[in-house]
Design a protein around this ligand. Structure first.
Ligand code: ADP
Ligand code: TRP
Length: 321
C-alpha cells in the first residue's frame, strides 16, 4: 500500500501546515512505503525567480527533515530530479479532455482573479496526475482543496487504462477531515494568504510578539469565562501543550483569575518548546547542506527506479515502444 504526496515549495511553513499536513504524513511513516516529494515543477507557474525557487526548495527540505521525515523510511526527493514525470504528463495530457481542465478550480480561481493563465497552470492537474500515477500510488493524503485534482487523476488513469489496457494503478484520495482546521492569530483559518500565521521556524522575538499581540476581549482577569473552550489561545495550546496543562489553563480561565497576558505567555512558551528539538535539528541540517542534497539525490534515485518501470509500462502499452 503506497502513500504519496507532494509539497509545493511556496514560502514559509506555519503550524497549520504542520498539524494539518506534516504531522499526519510523518506519522504515516510507521506503516512504511511513503513517497514524499517537493513539487518544484509546480512552483514554476507562480515563481519566476530562480534563486527564490532554490531557496524555497531547500527551506522546505530542511523543514520536513527537521520535523521528522525519515529518509531511511520514506523516499524523499525533488520532483524535477525525476524528469520522467514530464513524459508521463504528455501521455496523459493527450487523453485529457479540455473540458475537464476548464472545470479545474485551480485554473478557474486564478482566471477569475484576473491572473492571466498560462499553459502550465491549465495543465497543472495533468502534471499532478502524472506525479501520482508514475509511482503506482494507492493513497494520496491531501487537504480538501485538492479533492478535485484527485478525482481528475482517477478519471485520467481510467481513460488511459480504457485506451491502452490495464496499465496504471487508480489511486484513492485520503481527505483529511479528521484534522481540525488550525485557527490563525485572528481566529480565521491559519493561512499564508491571510497573514495570520505562526511559523514553525522563525525568530523568537518576532514570534513572541505575534503571540502576545493576539487580540482578546476586554473582560477583566477576575471575571469567569464560561466560553473558555472557544478562546483562541486555549485552542492553540491544545495543539502544543500536554493535555493536562491545556486543561488546567482552560479551567482556570473558565473559573476566573487567569489573565490573558499570562495565558498568551504560556502559549508562547509551550509553542516554543514544542518545536525546540526540531529547531535544533534544522540548525544542524542547515549547517550541513551537502548532507541534505545527498538525501534528496538518494531519494531521487529510489523514486526513479520505480518511475522508470511504470513509464516503460505506459510506453509499451501505448505503442511508443
Ligand atoms: P496556505 O493556506 O497557508 O497557503 P497550503 O494551501 O499551502 O497552506 O497548505 C498546505 C497543506 O497544509 C495542505 O495539506 C493544507 O490542507 C494544510 N493546511 C494549511 N493550512 C491549514 C490549517 N490552518 N489547518 C489545517 N491544515 C492546514
Ligand atoms: N497540488 C498540491 C498542493 O498544492 C501539491 C501536489 C503536487 C501534490 N503534486 C501532488 C499533492 C501529487 C499530492 C499528490 O498542495
Amino acid at each position: 500500500m503506497r502513500t504519496l504526496t507532494g509539497i509545493t515549495p511556496s514560502g514559509t511553513l506555519h503550524i497549520g501546515n504542520y498539524f494539518g499536513a506534516m504531522r499526519p504524513a510523518i506519522e504515516a511513516q510507521q506503516a512504511g512505503d511513503c513517497f514524499y516529494f517537493i513539487a518544484n515543477y509546480h512552483s514554476m507557474t507562480s515563481v519566476t525567480d530562480a534563486a527564490e525557487r532554490r531557496v524555497n526548495t531547500r527551506g522546505i527540505a530542511l523543514d520536513w527533515l527537521a520535523c521528522g521525515l525519515d529518509p531511511k523510511i520514506s523516499v524523499f526527493w525533488r520532483q524535477s530530479d525525476v524528469p520522467e514525470v514530464t513524459e508521463l504528463t504528455w501521455l496523459l495530457g493527450s487523453l485529457t479532455p479540455m473540458g475537464l481542465l476548464e472545470r479545474a478550480h485551480s485554473y478557474k480561481d486564478k482566471a477569475a482573479k484576473g491572473i492571466s493563465p498560462n499553459f502550465g497552470l491549465f495543465a497543472y492537474p495533468v502534471l499532478m496526475a502524472a506525479d501520482i500515477l508514475l509511482y503506482d500510488t494507492h493513497r494520496v493524503p491531501v487537504g480538501k482543496d485538492q479533492k478535485q485534482h484527485l478525482e481528475m487523476t482517477r478519471d485520467i488513469a481510467i481513460k488511459f487504462n480504457e485506451a491502452y489496457g490495464e496499465t496504471l494503478v487508480v489511486p484513492a484520495a485520503v481527505i483529511r477531515d479528521d484534522v481540525a482546521v488550525v485557527p490563525g492569530l485572528d481566529g480565521q483559518k491559519m493561512s499564508k494568504s491571510y497573514g495570520n500565521t505562526i511559523e514553525i521556524f522563525g525568530d523568537e522575538k518576532v514570534l513572541r510578539k505575534k503571540i502576545m499581540g493576539i487580540v482578546m476581549d476586554s473582560r477583566t482577569p477576575a471575571e469567569p469565562k464560561p466560553d473558555a473552550d472557544k478562546n483562541l489561545a486555549i485552542q492553540l495550546l491544545k495543539l502544543v501543550a500536554p493535555a493536562e496543562v491545556a486543561a488546567d489553563l482552560e479551567n482556570r480561565l473558565r473559573a476566573g483569575g487567569l489573565g490573558y497576558g499570562d495565558l498568551k505567555k504560556a502559549l508562547f512558551e509551550h509553542y516554543w518548546n514544542y518545536f525546540a528539538a526540531a529547531r535544533v535539528r534544522r540548525t544542524e541540517l542547515a549547517a550541513n547542506l551537502d548532507h541534505v542534497e545527498s538525501v534528496l539525490r538518494d531519494g531521487a534515485a529510489r523514486a526513479r527506479a520505480v518511475a522508470s518501470v511504470v513509464l516503460q509500462r505506459a510506453r509499451r502499452a501505448s505503442g511508443l515502444e
